[in-house]
Design a binder for this molecule. Structure first.
Ligand SMILES: [Zn+2]
Ligand SMILES: [Zn+2]
Length: 237
């Protein structure tokens, strides 16, 4: 088996997880026994998130997708993005807020909590249902093991470190080797795995290639918008 960052290998990882008896959990309800919480932080590409969500649903797998409000890569109010959120819900997945602490330049937890609640209210309004779960983008140390009173923090103690093994595909670096092997060995009973949809694709490729594609897709989206809306730009040579 090739341990690359392709949809094919992700599919194989899900098959292994199911075969060895993991149950797929979320941040809303606690589950007994071998449990795997799949978390997707959507840093660049809602479209790739939907590809993941579709693949998971075909295998009967449920996960949670976290979206940013403050990013130059996508706009949560844009029609196509709202449509991705709704389709993910229809496929049975949960939606959460991916909160960029550095964008609001806030460290103090009391002020931070108010900012998070504000963004949660915006995402809830967009989705048309209450969103209460939050993952932090480029987190600072003070959000780890923070059991916030007014929302569910994906880095709260009950999902992190002591009570759950936490693994991430950040920069294509599984710190303990590919997830497929850890699952096959049933090394950990309770696991939260963070997977960034945009770091995976149909073909193998490195992180820089994946990020370059995200930048190009974003540029093409802006270009397409201008070609549709701006006559001068449309008629350019
Ligand atoms: Zn592998
Ligand atoms: Zn992120």
């Amino acid at each position: 088996m090739n341990c690359d960052f392709t949809f094919k290998h992700y599919n194989a990882i899900l098959t292994i997880a199911k075969n060895v008896g993991y149950r797929f959990g979320n941040f809303k309800e606690s589950r007994q026994g071998p449990v795997l919480i799949l978390r997707h932080d959507v840093d660049f590409s809602p479209r790739n998130a939907l590809r993941f969500g579709t693949l998971e649903a075909e295998k009967g797998v449920r996960s949670t997708y976290f979206f940013l409000l403050r990013t130059p890569f996508y706009n949560l109010l844009e029609y196509n993005v709202v449509s991705v959120l709704r389709q993910l819900r229809k496929l049975g997945h949960e939606i959460g807020l991916h909160f960029d602490q550095q964008a609001v330049r806030v460290v103090d937890r009391r002020v931070l909590e108010a900012e998070v609640l504000y963004e949660l209210s915006v995402v809830s309004r967009i989705l048309g249902e209450e969103v209460k779960v939050v993952s932090f983008h480029n987190p600072l140390n003070n959000v780890f093991c923070w059991n916030a009173a007014s929302f569910t923090n994906a880095y709260a103690a009950s999902f992190f470190l002591k009570e759950m093994k936490y693994l991430s595909d950040s920069n294509h670096q599984w710190r303990e080797g590919c997830l497929c092997r850890l699952l096959k060995e049933r090394k950990y009973d309770r696991i939260q795995v963070l997977i960034h949809p945009e770091l995976w694709d149909t073909r193998p490729g490195n992180v820089v290639e994946r990020l370059t594609k995200a930048v190009n897709d974003s540029r093409l989206a802006c270009q397409g918008y201008l070609e549709e809306r701006n006559d001068v730009f449309k008629k350019r040579k």
